[in-house]
Design a protein around this ligand. Sequence first.
Ligand SMILES: [Zn+2]
Length: 351
Amino acid sequence: MPGHGGLKYQQGQHFLLSPDCRDLTINELVKIDEREAYATFCQFRWPETQGRPVCPHCGTLRCYAVRDRKFKCRDCRREFSVTSGTVFAFHKLSFWKMLTAIWMSVNALKGKAALHLSRELGVQYKTAWVLSLKIKEALGLRRVDMELAGEVQMDGKYAGGHIKQKNKAEDRIDRRLKKHQNMKRMCVLALREKNGSGFERTFTRIVREEQGDAAWATVRDHVSRDATVITDEHSSYGDLVGLNEHRHVNHSEMYETEDGTNTNHVESFFSRIQRAYVGIHHRFSLKYFDWYVADLAWREDHRRKSNGQLTALVLLAVMGNPTSRNFCGYWQGNSPPDPNFKDFDQPFTPI
Ligand SMILES: [Zn+2]
């Protein structure tokens, strides 16, 4: 857009194809000033008008600038800013810091710890934590319309619910047994396309346990009827035959059948979750477990894109999705309710 810098893209050209977006090094980032960072947010909020403000209340272009980067609508007379109604509404950080936080976050393939971000940006830990969770929440919304096609591998992985063992051997319990597990143990249900194109999507959902109803409902809602679903021999996948073409590999006998059927693709995603858990985050809060996993799935699916493209994709998600009900004013007492575990067993619904 004329008169503005930042992450440029030309009218009529998809910004992800623009050379400016392919790579974003730290040298380029430090040359961007606050004015240019602000212009970048405007471009991603209002791409159809190349960053010119559009009233979020009535949709008119008849707006004028007032003060503090606020605009006023000539038609409905209401005021708004570039972040009004978006995930970053009521932000406290400068646009440059928000842009830098996104850039730092996408550079870390397995995720970025909030403590690490807070030290690098010079902001409080809770500020960095809320910012990174808002990004995760926005990225997770891509699942709403997701319909996987072709070959889809599906599997479940249990996580959380760690029980500390007693000091004395005779007091210790067998933590593998169901009767000894606690309510914090959850299952990540993951479905992953395998087509070798490099554009494979991963759908995730958190369920209480690997059971048939959740698997069936997820395939019904998020897998094309033409797709072939591949799972292991777990009994919860038995009913899928009536829904989609279903093949399975019996892991107690082999990891890959003679015709090449395997679930290695989804297993490699699980190993990424494991490494993020052990090496980066150290713990996932159960309340936000769904978003952590959805964020890792997003990273997995876009791992071959440059950091400029990834920054642009996150900007699109945060500026194109509505204000977080869960995080706006989080530290003013508007925290989400304690998780009702029953909710995790329901099909995924957008927030
Ligand atoms: Zn208006």
